[in-house]
Design a protein around this ligand. Structure first.
Ligand SMILES: Nc1ncnc2c1ncn2[C@@H]1O[C@H](COP(=O)(O)OP(=O)(O)OP(=O)(O)O)[C@@H](O)[C@H]1O
Length: 126
């Protein structure tokens, strides 16, 4: 929440503190984020092993970011849904299913990107 006594710079620094707190909460408590960070690590190792180009690194980083951002948004929506209606409700189920579609979209696109980058390199080894 905005503190009216904060100037522009103080306000931005406060927001940044909360943003990093959120990042830490996501990385330390959310299994889905931990799993995606593991896949990001595997992709990074593959990048070094196959010596991918600068452009491929850039696209791979964007794909990893896309998945993590979608997972984070999905986690936040799940938290809101559980807070406003902890009991079973058909609408809460629908909201959570739709929210879960976001990281699924991102993961599918990332898989396609991984295929474009690595399949030609792997077939060269065969
Ligand atoms: N309160 C609820 N009412 C109705 N359906 C629910 C409710 N909570 C969860 N569901 C259903 O169960 C599915 C899984 O919900 P959950 O909150 O466990 O998400 P998850 O993706 O398994 O969570 P996590 O990110 O912790 O792995 C939802 O997509 C939804 O279909």
């Amino acid at each position: 929440m905005k503190n009216p006594n904060d100037g522009f710079l103080r306000g931005r620094i406060r927001s940044l503190k909360f943003a990093f707190k959120g990042l830490w909460i996501l990385m330390s408590t959310e299994d889905s984020i931990k799993a995606q960070l593991f896949f990001a690590l595997i992709a990074t190792i593959l990048g070094f092993v196959f010596d991918i180009s600068e452009m491929e690194w850039a696209v791979q980083c964007l794909a990893i970011g896309l998945v993590l951002v979608a997972e984070a948004a999905n986690s936040a929506i799940e938290e809101v849904a559980d807070f406003i209606h902890p009991e079973f409700h058909i609408k809460i189920g629908l909201i959570k299913d739709i929210a879960a579609g976001a990281p699924t979209f991102a993961a599918l696109i990332s898989l396609i990107i991984a295929g474009i980058i690595y399949v030609p390199k792997i077939t060269l080894l065969l």
